[in-house]
Ligand binder design. Structure first.
Ligand code: HEM
Length: 297
């Protein structure tokens, strides 16, 4: 039996609401934090709400989680990859955006006045799980036992086994730029034909799936992607979310996307840019409650 937060391994829901919280300066008190996090653990079921702890909150709790770190600041030719860390991340998952809104108010009220809500983003499933460019997203995700092996910590002892490390990046697309390209040019950016989702050998080395092919790394770099499209006013893009048993595979892939390895950057950057980047540690479950024993709670 797997004791990870169930929402990590499940398919993406129809709707999501992502909340990032920051710690209030006068709440940086271990005992007070223990109290509020105990209350939070009562309502986090790991399925409707997936919860992650950021580096600053772990530091305030005076705990070291092996492999936890802050999202790196990176760049490539003509683009920046920002790091925008936060203390706490909640991924609310469901079928009804109205219910998610009410759930987010409940979480916000529970955390008041110790945490303030920073970034909020609503995501949704587009068609049969496609990015807003129209390309299927998630095809090469590991499944079943392979998904568990890629995304869930194992063999590190009680309180850590069943946990997961999540990387979150909000990408903003320029769909005018993308749509101005021919279908062949668009297929070359992704490295798959939109017509049948097939990979093709003739795709250039900058093609996204050639840059990121998980088996092409040594050791291989499997991650469990649970990304979803978002829109806000006239803006739109992908909220990239990937779970790993550490951040190693994600960082290996992202570095190759920047062109750091061989000078070839990912063609995705020709129409899309990340505007946020944060890492969180998602604790395991014990029965139907969050297991916060690694935090001394
Ligand atoms: C604008 C942001 C992004 C978009 C629109 C996007 C879209 C896609 C699409 C359409 C595919 C092909 C189908 C599939 O296997 O899922 C794909 C594959 C993949 N993407 Fe992304 N992606 C984005 C960002 C990222 C980032 C930031 C990473 C990791 C650092 C990443 C890692 C991967 C991996 C590992 C694969 C599968 C490669 C393979 O093994 O064949 N993607 N992505």
């Amino acid at each position: 039996m797997n004791n990870s937060q169930a929402g990590i391994l499940q398919d993406i829901p129809k709707h999501s609401r992502y909340l990032s919280f920051h710690l209030e300066a006068d709440s940086i008190n271990k005992d007070r934090l223990h109290e509020v996090l105990e209350e939070l653990a009562e309502i986090v079921d790991g399925e409707k709400i997936v919860l992650g702890f950021g580096p600053s909150l772990l530091q305030a709790l005076q705990v070291l989680i092996k492999d936890m770190r802050t999202f790196p600041v990176l760049s490539g030719p003509g683009f920046d990859i920002p790091s925008t860390p936060a203390a706490l991340w909640c991924w609310l998952r469901g079928d009804d955006p109205g219910e998610l809104y009410h759930l987010s108010r409940e979480v916000e009220q529970l955390l008041f006045p110790h945490f303030n809500l920073g970034h909020v983003l609503d995501g949704f499933m587009f068609q049969d799980s496609r990015d807003l460019t129209g390309y299927e997203d998630g095809t090469e995700n590991p499944e079943g036992e392979e998904a568990v092996a890629a995304a869930i910590v194992n063999g590190q002892g009680k309180g850590l086994d069943g946990s997961s490390f999540v990387a979150v990046q909000q990408w903003v697309h320029d769909l005018d730029v993308f749509e101005d390209k021919s279908v062949d040019e668009q297929d070359d950016i992704i490295g798959r034909h939109i017509s049948d989702n097939a990979e093709f050998d003739a795709a250039p080395p900058s093609a996204h799936v050639k840059r990121t092919a998980q088996e092409s790394f040594e050791p291989d770099a499997f991650i469990l992607r649970r990304s979803m499209p978002w829109t806000e006013g006239a803006d739109a893009g992908l909220n990239f979310v990937s779970f790993g048993k550490s951040f190693a595979a994600f960082e290996t892939i992202l570095n190759r996307m920047t062109g750091k390895d061989d000078g070839i950057s990912d063609a995705l950057f020709s129409f899309s840019r990340p505007v946020t980047g944060a890492y969180f540690w998602c604790p395991p479950m014990k029965g139907n409650k969050l297991d916060l024993s690694a935090l001394g709670i």
